[in-house]
Design a protein around this ligand. Structure first.
Ligand SMILES: [Mg+2]
Length: 249
């Protein structure tokens, strides 16, 4: 039985940027009754509240829930009746501006992004601990995003070229169209490591569930630490995994 279960968000608990289904919300609440749960994703805290917390049943055990927004650059825990920041590895505004201009330059030069087409919302978002470049814009429809880079090749080009120009930062593939930049060494593995430390739980007593654990996927970094892993393909697959876990507690 795991003492901590960590979930990726997009593609795992919910479709990209969408709220969780009622089914997943109910299962997650049941899991919170029996163990500690964390959620790690590239979005900022308000996105977690919208997609996850807002959908949980009333009286869910939020004191057992931990949020790792901006890919682990920040950690929040629920104390009293609010989310309290445990840490945040913030990028300065100066760093943010430099990262943003580098991302846009590389995207233009590489030809990976079609700037003749208007984007759905802003392409670059400053999230405190992380800067995210979304090739089609922050508000692009899911279907457009899913079909944009099926083989990861465009994101790999962007990631490699941005990383080459920003050696002092961590540069990762984020979602299906995005690249995330944070301080060096800050990623989901860092966040989960810090959380285990805070809770006094060995990494081997924790389980990470994600839809992109394969090579170049945005959950792959988790292999840097000692947690157990469970690969899923969709939120309905995750629902099955949670049911199977619940039967063991
Ligand atoms: Mg995912």
């Amino acid at each position: 039985m795991f003492k901590l279960i960590i979930f990726d968000l997009d593609g795992t608990l919910a479709e990209s940027k969408q709220p969780m289904s009622g089914d997943i919300a109910t299962l997650l609440a049941k899991l919170l009754n029996v163990t500690k749960v964390a959620i790690a994703s590239g979005g900022a805290l308000p996105q977690f509240i919208k997609q996850v917390v807002g959908g949980l049943p009333r009286h869910s055990h939020l004191e057992n829930l931990y949020l790792l927004p901006t890919s682990g650059a920040a950690l929040y825990e629920f104390i009293g009746d609010d989310w309290n920041k445990v840490y945040e590895e913030r990028l300065t505004e100066k760093e943010a501006k430099m990262i943003e201009s580098t991302m846009l330059e590389v995207a233009k030069e590489s030809g990976a992004v079609d700037f003749s087409e208007p984007s759905w919302g802003e392409r670059v978002e400053y999230r405190g601990g992380e800067i995210t470049f979304s090739a089609l814009g922050q508000k692009a429809p899911i279907a457009e995003k899913k079909s944009w880079d099926l083989d990861h090749s465009k994101r790999r080009i962007l990631q490699e070229k941005i990383a080459a120009r920003l050696p002092e930062f961590s540069v990762r593939i984020g979602g299906s169209t995005s690249i995330d930049v944070s301080k060096k060494g800050i990623d989901k593995a860092y966040g989960v490591h810090k959380l285990c430390e805070r809770l006094g739980i060995k990494e081997s007593q924790a389980l990470y569930i994600g839809d992109e654990l394969e090579k170049y996927g945005n959950d792959e970094v988790i292999y840097k630490i000692d947690v157990a892993t469970c690969a899923v393909e969709s939120p309905s697959d995750t629902a099955r995994a949670i049911k199977s876990l619940l039967s063991k507690y």
